[in-house]
Design a protein around this ligand. Structure first.
Ligand SMILES: C[S@@+](CC[C@H](N)C(=O)[O-])C[C@H]1O[C@@H](n2cnc3c(N)ncnc32)[C@H](O)[C@@H]1O
Length: 279
């Protein structure tokens, strides 16, 4: 392990069990990344989704993509896996934790919603999103998952991809989602969890008047995508980051051999994809 990846794990170990501190650390990390890494090539921050084994001749493809989306194939496929659980046509979709905006832009372009609002608590991410993406039905706003600045029952679908592990309180996020989603509207959610907290989100939702329409373990698909994404991600990191940060960024991006990757591979963490409908 390099010095910087040791520092990365020391911080994440020290903050475990301190959700408010963890949230504060994540806010700093994402503010830093948004401010200092401005390459238009980097528009997603998730671990991807790929088809397994021989389903597809081994390239992990799950769908046809427009040539413009091909570079981010596996990250886009994760959005497809989560967002295509519901028919979004003519819907108002709010993505909470939109990061660098690539997913919200793809959903706005490919899945036919009336309107997509991408929210992220990092102002530097939102600046980047506004510079990088332009679709007629898409806007980006600074916003906090745990205090959504949206009117009651104003949203058809909340989309939430690989963001909720950063929140100080999952119940607080879910009660905000319950407030802003209209009756009959949906939450489409994906994220990783250690086994002891796997049930937190589904249990809270079903206890609070939501119907669970799907909850799938997609860990193997994510691990396969992490394998397939290495060459491009390695090139981007080497081209854009100082050498001092290479190790930490490879840990953050869950490169094969990193702790995040091993935790998924050995199922110390499980990657879930869920669909829930509000009563
Ligand atoms: C791993 S990134 C995923 C980004 C994006 N969903 C994607 O898949 O490319 C997690 C994102 O969640 C955002 N985030 C974390 N905590 C948040 C909060 N409390 N409110 C809004 N966004 C938050 C971070 O700023 C970051 O952009």
């Amino acid at each position: 392990m390099t010095e910087d990846s040791r520092a990365y794990h020391a911080v994440s170990r020290l903050t475990t069990g301190w959700p408010r501190v963890q949230r504060w650390v994540w806010a700093g990390v994402y503010r830093y990344l948004g401010r200092h890494f401005r390459s238009p090539e980097w528009t997603f921050m998730n671990w991807g989704y790929a088809a397994l084994g021989s389903v597809d001749g081994g390239d992990g493809h799950t769908r046809e993509l427009d040539p413009v989306d091909e570079a981010d194939r596996y990250e886009t496929q994760l959005y497809d896996r989560v967002a295509s659980q519901a028919d979004l046509s003519e819907n108002t979709v709010v993505e909470v934790g939109c990061g660098r905006g690539g997913g919200a832009a793809w959903v706005a372009r490919a899945l036919g919603p009336d309107r997509v609002i991408g929210l992220d608590f990092s102002p530097s991410n939102i600046d980047f999103c506004r510079e990088r993406h332009a679709e007629p039905n898409l806007e980006y706003r600074v916003g906090d998952a745990e205090a959504l600045e949206l009117a009651d029952a104003s949203v058809d679908v909340v989309l939430n991809v690989e963001s909720s592990h950063c929140y100080a309180s999952m119940p607080q996020f879910l009660s905000e989602v319950t407030r802003v989603v209209r009756p009959g509207g949906e939450l489409l959610w994906a994220d990783f969890r250690p086994p002891e907290t796997l049930g937190e989100a589904p249990d809270w939702l079903t206890a609070n008047g939501w119907e669970q329409l799907a909850l799938d373990d997609i860990t193997d698909h994510v691990v396969r995508a992490l394998d397939l994404m290495v060459p491009r991600r390695r090139r981007l990191i080497r081209e854009q980051a100082p050498r001092l940060l290479w190790g930490a960024l490879e840990q953050f991006a869950a490169f094969p051999g990193s702790r995040h990757y091993e935790e998924l591979r050995t199922r110390e963490r499980t990657y879930l994809c869920g669909r829930f409908r509000r009563a």
